[in-house]
Design a protein around this ligand. Structure first.
Ligand SMILES: *Cc1c(COP(=O)(O)O)cnc(C)c1O
Length: 471
């Protein structure tokens, strides 16, 4: 039997056309278009109808006061028109979090993107001659200056840099590589598979843990196109190991007239060991050792935009740049703008540690992190008595498949919320505005400020407080 209070409530839902005729809806239509607002009006009225039908008692009905539907409509339009790719606060302490977009850019790089994005540029145009230019030219000079190489090219990412280099220099021929260097990076990048895709034949030498110069030498034959060295970025073989240094490989290559290509993975331009970090092989060292072609990422330890950088000898770079695949993996102007701005920061080797966010996060003094953590914990504790925050020593990771053994000493804010299990609290944080990604240990939610910008701290506290309100 129909319940009269339910019917009354259902009758108070405005018709979609009626809702669209309100002043608020008209404003929304002017901004977002009729389709968008119509869909929102249908969603709102349908949702309220469901709420009313589900109510078992009158007091469970939604309070449909004046302006209720207009407010709901506005909110619904906002939800529908929100971008899907949004900023999040990385409170994990993992500096190069691949799933969270790897390196955050320096303000200089962000400004460069906006400048180039907003208008035309000399991307492939020589201003002096008025002739067609090359997009590789803009970064070539600075990359050569920073690395000591003769020539340079930039592509979409390092996976593409390796693929293109192999395709251009060794398609249909053999590439000699140590068995212990057949790495897999992040699931979709596996050296043997990249090699197959580039049309080269893999010639494995050595064993999992050891490879000697003589192994390479025995593998060289008429079909050998190049010797490949791959940095084992994301894992280490410990104990009895043996690898061949780049310089040795180069002198072997010279003897037989075969180029040496090195995939450095992350690729740094600074010496991490000066800041007490584990040393990662700098690009300059490979070039100085005579390696013919070196490839590395723009958005790992370098701290720039997603890109693959290829530096080395001009005769090989010329072949790489004009290979048909180069067009398929070419880099966009926004990436180039950001990368150039980031590389310019490296011209001042002292300030670069402060200016590039990735380097700053890696080299941040744990005492400074502790000071920030204490302030944040205080702010969280003041928010509500159901929240409890304490500062604890812990460690952060580099991430992005770089320096897998390094643990950076840090301090975390360990948070618990009365009545909200840590699992739920992190889930609520992920739904926050902005979303916060955090770790859990021993039933506490850990916030590591190493990867949180000081400008994000206020939002972080507010999001934690809101997350503790929900079960
Ligand atoms: C990360 C990495 C790659 C892939 O680089 P992307 O820029 O992520 O494409 C390739 N090789 C090595 C050794 C790496 O560490």
């Amino acid at each position: 039997m129909p319940v009269s209070w339910k019917n009354d409530a259902l009758r108070s839902i405005p018709a979609v056309e009626q809702l669209l005729a309100t002043a608020r809806a008209e404003d929304l239509v002017a901004i977002h278009g009729r389709e968008q607002v119509l869909a929102a009006a249908r969603a709102v009225t349908a949702e309220v109808r469901q709420l009313i039908l589900a109510a078992e008692q009158k007091k469970q009905l939604p309070v449909l006061d004046a302006g209720f539907f207009e407010r709901r409509l506005q909110r619904q339009v906002e939800i529908q028109t929100e971008p899907d790719l949004i900023p999040v606060i990385n409170a994990t302490g993992v500096v190069l979090h691949t799933n969270l977009g790897r390196a955050p850019l320096a303000p200089e790089a962000c400004r460069a993107i906006v400048k180039i994005a907003s208008g035309y540029s000399n991307l492939e145009y020589e201003l002096e001659s008025g002739k067609r230019g090359s997009r590789h030219s803009h970064l070539e000079k600075i990359l050569c200056r920073l690395t000591g190489a003769e020539a340079a090219a930039v592509v979409n990412n390092n996976a593409a840099a390796v693929l293109l280099s192999l395709a251009a220099l060794a398609a249909g021929r053999e590439v000699v590589v140590a068995r212990g260097q057949l790495v897999e990076i992040g699931g979709s990048f596996r050296i043997p598979e990249v090699m197959a895709a580039s049309g080269c034949c893999l010639k494995e030498v050595g064993t999992t843990n050891k490879v000697y110069l003589s192994d390479y030498e025995h593998a060289i034959g008429d079909e050998t196109a190049l010797l490949l060295k791959v940095h084992t970025s994301n894992y280490r073989v410990l104990g009895f190991t043996e690898t061949v240094a780049a310089a040795q490989l180069v002198s072997l290559g010279r003897t037989y007239g075969i180029p040496v290509v090195e995939d450095l993975g992350s690729g740094v331009l600074v010496d991490l060991s000066t800041k007490g970090l584990e040393k990662e092989p700098p690009v300059q060292e490979s070039i100085a050792a005579g390696v013919d072609v070196v490839t590395f990422s723009g958005d790992k330890l370098l701290g720039g935009s997603q890109a693959g950088i290829i530096v080395g000898r001009k005769i090989y770079l010329d072949r790489i740049k004009c290979h048909p695949l180069a067009r398929a993996v070419r880099v966009g102007k926004l990436t180039l703008a950001a990368l150039e701005a980031t590389l310019r920061l490296y011209l001042n080797p002292k300030r670069v540690w402060e200016q590039v966010p990735t380097l700053r996060a890696l080299s941040q003094d744990p005492k400074e992190i502790k000071r920030r953590a204490q302030k944040l914990a205080e702010a969280i504790n003041q928010y509500s008595s159901s929240l409890s925050a304490e500062v604890k020593p812990d460690t952060s990771e580099v991430g992005g498949g770089s320096l897998p053994l390094t643990r950076l000493p840090t301090y975390v804010v360990a948070v618990t919320a009365a009545g909200v299990p840590a699992q739920n609290l992190t889930a609520n944080l992920r739904q926050g505005k902005p979303p916060v990604v955090a770790r859990i240990a021993a039933e506490q939610v850990l916030l590591d400020l190493r990867t949180v910008a000081p400008s994000e701290e206020k939002q972080l506290v507010a999001t934690v407080a809101a997350a503790a309100q929900r079960r």
